[in-house]
Design a protein around this ligand. Structure first.
Ligand SMILES: C[S@@+](CC[C@H](N)C(=O)[O-])C[C@H]1O[C@@H](n2cnc3c(N)ncnc32)[C@H](O)[C@@H]1O
Ligand SMILES: [Zn+2]
Length: 289
């Protein structure tokens, strides 16, 4: 909580962590105050905005995601994200970076990035935002168990992040909505944005089971008004998922879950193991001047 330049969601003035108070709170000069929950996160989504926003992933979706990600199937992808972030930071000569995870979900990638950043600078910090309270609570609990002092989480929309202008060195945005102008606002002038998108062959093995004629994915290349695309890196791996629960969890994380006929999904559920390509593109953008 200490490492982040928080901004009050009510009046936009700085929020200061009050360490002596129990429960621990973040407070602004106008007396708006926000409790830090037992798990170590803060809810900065105002009640009037909560209704308008999508609720985000529920507890069941968060559990499924965690079960799958903790199985390590996407560790090569996570390592690729970390390497790319480190390279981007080295290019901008950043001493003690703060990296934001916009749409952090249950915090698997945030936690691994934080650990990796410690090898670069022990004073680096990561902050994750997500609309889902269940996901953020889980992420914070994991961070607390790691004893990660510089890892913070808040419930907030990534379209309206409660941190000050120019307070981040970089952003990772993994399979979550893209908020072009808001991302540019929170970044320093030479800040970077790393977006991950599925590549053509992503989950090909799963699609071969689900569909008679699977099609390769159409690969997204967002043109962003406030950013310039500087580098694209493809990360491809083959994974074998042997636990039927993990196969279900992976399926539930995909858009196919919502649009596959029941009898087709049953074929996948009957599999004792799933061998599939996983393939992602990492799109590295720099904030335009
Ligand atoms: C597909 S999940 C990806 C989560 C995480 N990055 C990962 O890869 O494990 C998308 C996440 O975006 C969050 N989300 C959707 N709209 C959002 C918004 N406007 N602000 C913040 N989070 C949002 C959802 O709650 C969900 O956790
Ligand atoms: Zn305030």
């Amino acid at each position: 909580m200490m490492h982040i330049r928080w901004k009050c969601p009510n009046c936009a003035s700085p929020l200061t962590p009050m360490l002596t108070q129990k429960p621990y709170v973040l407070r602004c000069a106008h007396g708006h105050s926000f409790d830090v929950a037992r798990q170590g996160y803060v809810n900065l989504l105002l009640p009037q905005k909560r209704g308008a926003a999508l609720p985000g992933d529920d507890a069941g979706m968060v559990r499924a995601r965690t079960a799958f990600l903790d199985g390590g199937y996407y560790s090569a992808f996570s390592d690729g994200v970390n390497a790319c972030v480190l390279e981007a930071l080295a290019q901008s000569d950043c001493a003690n970076p703060t990296v934001t995870d916009a749409g952090c979900g249950e915090g698997y990638y945030t936690a691994r990035l934080y650990t990796h950043l410690q090898t670069y600078a022990s004073d680096s910090a990561c902050v994750g935002f997500d609309l889902s309270r269940d996901a953020v609570a889980h992420a914070a609990k994991r961070g607390r168990a790691m004893g990660a002092q510089g890892l913070s989480f808040a419930v907030a929309s990534l379209f309206d992040m409660p941190i000050e202008d120019g307070s981040s060195d970089g952003i990772i945005n993994l399979f979550a909505p893209v908020a072009d102008a808001e991302f540019a606002r929170i970044l320093k002038p030479d800040g970077f944005l790393l977006i991950a998108v599925p590549a053509e062959e992503h989950l090909w093995g799963m699609k071969q089971i689900l569909y008679r004629t699977p099609y390769p994915n159409e690969v997204r290349r967002d043109t962003l008004a406030h950013f310039t695309l500087t580098h694209v890196q493809r990360i491809t791996d083959t994974i074998t998922v042997t636990d039927p629960e993990h196969i279900r969890a992976l399926f539930a994380m995909t858009p196919y879950f919502w649009k596959t006929a029941r009898e087709d999904a049953e074929r996948l559920y009957a599999c004792e193991q799933l061998c599939t390509t996983v393939s992602f593109d990492l799109l590295l953008y720099r904030k335009s001047r």
